[in-house]
Design a protein around this ligand. Structure first.
Ligand code: ADP
Ligand code: MG
Length: 232
């Protein structure tokens, strides 16, 4: 398993105002697995991704990702971990508006351990002819492709996606999901968090979150659907 969370609890704040964002969460993801974490707003999805990506720390429990025990790692080890193990794709793309597609990807890999060439990755996501475009000259789907290229160019084995289709129309969303699923086929562990139940149908495994608790974990009910079968 490349991602292993055991008894992970996350509390924000202390005393009577403390919020339990995650409670005793167990989560395991293997390389090449496409896992969807499904839950409504406030159920702890972003908190979970941030903990797996070492952008936040668990209050209790063990977090092991790509062979490193994040809960015990030093600052230096965490810095190395972020460079070489995980990549993020966000709902709102988070591109730099003053940088071209190519420069956005280049910027994202400057700190990476063994990055791929930005132009090659942009080509692989279908943006060969748009390397020099600025984000405002690209559609939403194209901007998300740049963001995915930036994540893929780091060549890291775990891809963490926070509501990656949340700002896209249905058709574009499907194309992005297809692209993300290909990354799992290529050997990455892909985690997509969403409140959209339909997306969970294409997963190898669905982990349902409710108020910070994992309430179910298994293959999608009705079997794994092809991306082309999804509709919302
Ligand atoms: P989701 O991504 O599923 O919408 P979040 O992980 O963002 O959920 O939030 C889970 C819970 O933790 C919510 O109740 C939210 O208000 C709370 N929370 C998230 N981040 C913080 C924070 N930095 N400080 C206090 N509470 C937080
Ligand atoms: Mg969220």
């Amino acid at each position: 398993m490349i991602v292993e969370l055991k008894d992970v609890t996350k509390r924000y704040g202390t005393g009577p105002v403390s919020v339990t964002a995650l409670a005793d969460v167990e989560l395991f993801v293997a390389p090449s697995e496409f896992v969807v974490v499904l839950g409504p707003s406030g159920s702890g999805k972003t908190t979970l991704l941030n903990i797996i990506g070492a952008l936040d720390t668990a209050s209790e429990g063990t977090v092991r990702v790509n062979g490193i025990d994040i809960s015990l790692a030093s600052r230096r080890e965490l810095f190395e971990f972020r460079r070489t193990s995980v990549s993020f794709v966000f709902q709102s793309f988070n591109l730099f508006p003053a940088l071209t597609a190519q420069e956005n990807v280049q910027f994202g890999v400057d700190a990476a351990g063994s990055p791929l060439h930005p132009d090659d990755v942009l080509r692989s996501v279908g943006l060969a002819d748009k390397l020099d475009r600025f984000p405002h000259e690209l559609s939403g789907g194209e901007q998300q492709r740049v963001a995915i290229a930036r994540a893929l160019a780091t060549n890291n084995p775990v891809l963490l996606c926070d509501e990656p289709t949340g700002e896209l129309d249905f058709q574009t969303g499907i194309q992005i999901l297809d692209l993300l699923q290909k990354q799992a086929t290529d050997g990455r562990a892909v985690l997509v968090v969403t409140h959209n139940r339909e997306i969970s149908r294409m997963a190898d495994r669905v982990v349902e979150l409710s108020s910070g608790h994992v309430v179910s974990d298994g293959p999608p009910r009705g079997g794994k659907a092809d991306v082309a079968e999804l509709h919302w």
